[in-house]
Design a protein around this ligand. Structure first.
Ligand SMILES: [Mg+2]
Length: 228
């Protein structure tokens, strides 16, 4: 059965050391003389970068937003190294598995597109993803699946249905956005939400990590094949 797989980045594929990202953002806000309370207790999980930076600046749609965004991307590129990034268990094996199946594999992430590139390039995974939707254009994560879907159709030249998409992420927002588009939702408990917390949002499955993904998708596909 034809399927396409869309991965969230932070908390799902990898973790950027918290101190690195927060300190970088704090420094940028200070450089622009933007007073903001400590970032330590703010919850970024599942939010788009556009939403995060808009919230920090209060007035999102102005030149300042674009200046801060550009500086954030420059600083991220300059300072992020592979040592700052932890790749979660099973990520390489899951991507190898999908590559062997010649599946369409993409990104569905709240990161700015360039931030996604920088993070994935730091650990050599950028080339694994052929399409995606990012946090540049949208405040609301639920607006990302239609964008990714349109790009999938355009790039593959094939027809897909929203239920052919498997959306993989680590927060209730990932689960919600999969459901809003009628797609399959895979939750992984490698981010800030526990297995039980994610289960409460009723995704199609909760995995402890992507180490469980190839076996689960194999069983899921076989099960669906028998039903049809
Ligand atoms: Mg995430």
């Amino acid at each position: 059965m034809k399927r396409a797989y869309l991965f969230d980045i932070d908390g799902t594929l990898l973790k950027v050391r918290r101190k690195v990202n927060r300190k970088l953002i704090q420094r940028i806000l200070e450089r622009f003389d933007i007073n903001h309370r400590s970032l330590e207790n703010l919850d970024f999980a599942g939010k788009t970068d556009r939403d995060i930076f808009s919230g920090l600046l209060d007035k999102p749609e102005n030149d300042l937003f674009h200046q801060v965004k550009q500086l954030y991307l420059q600083e991220l590129e300059r300072h992020l190294s592979a040592e700052d990034v932890q790749v979660f268990d099973g990520v390489h094996d899951s991507l190898d598995y999908l590559q062997d199946k010649m599946a369409w594999t993409g990104l569905l992430t709240g990161n700015f597109a360039r931030a996604a590139e920088i993070k994935l390039a730091a650990i050599g995974l950028l080339e694994r993803f052929r399409f995606g939707a990012f946090g540049d254009e949208h405040h609301d994560r639920n607006d990302l699946p239609p964008s990714a879907f349109d790009e999938l159709i355009r790039k593959s030249g094939e027809s897909f249905h929203p239920s052919d998409l498997v959306i993989i992420g680590d927060t209730p927002r990932d689960i919600e956005c999969a459901r809003s588009f009628g797609s399959i939702s895979v939750a992984v408990a490698t981010g800030t939400y526990s297995h039980d917390e994610l289960s409460a949002w009723n995704p199609d499955v909760v995995l402890s990590s992507l180490a469980e993904f190839p076996e689960w998708i194999e069983g899921f596909t076989t099960c669906r094949r028998k039903q049809t």
